[in-house]
Each structure stands twice: as C-alpha cells, then as structure tokens.
Design a protein around this ligand. Structure first.
Ligand code: ZN
Ligand code: ZN
Length: 284
C-alpha cells in the first residue's frame, strides 16, 4: 500500500499544477498531513490474520468491527485535529464542528466504542441523541480512523483472496468504495475503500452499492479527455467516480485521484445522483 508521504507529495504537486483548485485541495493536504503524523503500531493482528481466510470465504470482512483496536489517546487527538483542520478551511461548518469537538471531548473515554459503532453501521446513536450532524461526524471518523484502518489493510492484505470476493464492501474493513479504476491492462474494475484504501476487484456492469446489473439502469458520463467516468445507478441513485487507467500514460495514485476528482462530486449532484451517505468529501 502506498504511503502517506507519496500521497501527500503527489497532491502537493497537483495543487501546484492546478492553482485554481489548490484551495479546494488544501483541506485534504492538511488532513493527510495530520493522518501521516500518527504512529500506528500494528498489534493484535495475528489472531485476525488466522481467521481471515475462512471469513473471506464466508463473505465476511477480515476485520470484525468489534475486534478493531487503536491507541485511544491518538485516535481522540486525531479526531479533534480533523475537526480543527476542517473548521479552518470551511467557515460554513465551524459551528457544527465546534459542537462535534465538545461532544468528542466529553466522549473521550468511549471513543473506541464509537469507532466500533461507526464500523458496524456508520451510525452514532449517542451523537444522534445529542443532536449532532451525523454526516459530519461520519466525515470526522472516516478521516480519524484512516491511518489505523490503513495499517490493518496493509498487514491483513496477504490473507485476503480478492479473486473470490467480488462484493460491494471492502474485504478488509467492510467499508463502501468511494472511488474506482478501470485497470490499465484489461479495463477490469477496481474499487477503492473509503475507509482503509484497500483495493479489490468488482464487476464492471454492476452497481457497487446495490448490485443492480440492469444495463438500462447503469450509465456513465465520461470527461472530455475520457480519463474520468462517473458511473450512476438509476436504482439506488448513487454514483462512483472512476479513472480509466487505459487513458493515462503515467502512474496514478487512487487515494490522490479521489481528491483530484472532487469537482466530479459536484457534477454528480448536478445530474441528480446522490452522494454516499458517509461521503468523505466535505465539499458542499
Ligand atoms: Zn476497507
Ligand atoms: Zn445502485
């Protein structure tokens, strides 16, 4: 798995090449830099690795949500930092982020339980009761859990047989994809996990969210240069941004591409496709 250093380097390079979009990318440069600073020590993975192959065979992600562990102090610190960074870039979200920070500080002792709840069903029951913005909290947790889940993906990937998976969710952490690629050699579809950056193969003519495969309901819009595609599903109303690697000569880094294509998220809303419920891009 490609390291944060390379991801950041490429994002900075692209920001310099696209000055008009640099302010849009700046939030993500800061979020990635904060994630890169977290030292994650792989531990307690041996037991999970052992149960990985039978879980994959049964269609279950390798990491059972309740088995997720992280340095709670580091997770709490990063969650707070994600709020502070986002508030700096998005004045419109400042009040909601302040409320989120206060709640996270109160819930500090229960942060692991909240992370597990998020991994289980993307929801936060106690936060909902407290009147917090659920989508914003999902954004914060998605970014705060990223370095920890990436390490799981890195350590556990040798135990995942992607050739038997072909499901809509990530075989490592059970997350949904938020980006896709058509591979350089065959044009086969690869999905990128929004939570842990793991990549896995999936059918091209099937919606990666609701599994609808009616060709009349699966459409895509291509960019003028044919490098990017926006696949939309008429049944569930969701979309997946995609890069066609057959159209580019150089190497591309998918976690960078998901950020470079934020303008496509805006275009998707214009064509009436709904974003993912826990869409990790915070641009409105
Ligand atoms: Zn994942
Ligand atoms: Zn669908």
């Amino acid at each position: 798995m490609i390291g944060y250093e390379k991801i950041l380097e490429e994002l900075h390079r692209q920001s310099a090449l696209q000055p008009a979009r640099a302010p849009m990318f700046a939030l993500y440069c800061d979020l990635l830099a904060a994630q890169a600073r977290v030292q994650v020590h792989p531990r307690e993975y041996a037991g999970i690795a052992q149960i990985a192959p039978p879980r994959v065979e049964r269609g279950l992600p390798v990491l059972p949500p309740e088995a997720f562990r992280a340095d709670c102090a580091a997770l709490a610190r990063l969650s707070d930092e994600i709020c502070a960074i986002t508030a700096r870039h998005r004045a419109d979200l400042r009040d909601a982020l302040d409320a989120t920070r206060v709640w996270l500080a109160q819930e500090r002792a229960a942060i692991l339980a909240h992370a597990i709840e998020y991994l289980q069903d993307g929801a936060f029951a106690r936060a909902q009761a407290a009147g917090l913005d659920q989508a914003l909290l999902a954004f914060v947790f998605n970014h705060a859990l990223h370095p920890f889940l990436r390490t799981y993906a890195q350590v556990l990937s040798p135990f995942v047989d992607v050739s038997i998976w072909f499901r809509t969710t990530c075989p490592v952490c059970g997350g949904a994809p938020d980006f896709a690629a058509l591979s350089k050699d065959s044009g086969a579809r690869i999905l990128l996990c929004a939570r842990c950056d793991f990549e896995w193969a999936f059918w091209r003519g099937t919606c990666p969210f609701c599994e609808n495969d009616d060709p009349d309901q699966q459409k895509y819009f291509a960019s003028d240069d044919e490098v990017y595609r926006l696949y939309t599903c008429a049944k569930c109303g969701r979309y997946i941004k995609t890069i066609d690697l057959r159209q580019v000569a150089d190497e591309r880094i998918l976690p960078v591409e998901r950020i470079l294509t934020i303008p496509l998220d805006l275009a998707a809303r214009e064509v009436g496709a709904a974003p993912l419920p826990a869409n990790p891009t915070a641009d409105g």
